[in-house]
Ligand binder design. Structure first.
Ligand SMILES: [Zn+2]
Length: 79
């Protein structure tokens, strides 16, 4: 499988990834995915995507609070 973004070789990996679905951020642990060696693009296999989608539909997940660092740029409002 090659990367859709840069057509480089993708390698199989396993670990934690983040996905934004319906405006909500989900962390998936111990999932298998393909990662591009060149640009870092990550792609889930259809099986894994389906499994994650099913779990979200059935609310088969734990809600945990995590601390997310938020960076606000000052340059946008600087006049
Ligand atoms: Zn790539």
């Amino acid at each position: 499988m090659n990367c859709a973004a840069c057509n480089s070789h993708m390698v199989h990996k396993q670990g934690e990834i983040e996905l934004r679905i319906g405006g909500k951020l989900f962390l998936e642990k111990n999932v298998s995915y393909q990662q591009c060696e060149e640009c870092g693009e990550r792609v889930l296999t259809p099986d894994v995507s389906q499994e994650i989608f099913n779990k979200i539909t059935k609310k088969d997940y734990k809600e945990k609070q995590i601390i997310v660092p938020v960076i606000e740029s000052n340059t946008a409002s600087a006049v």
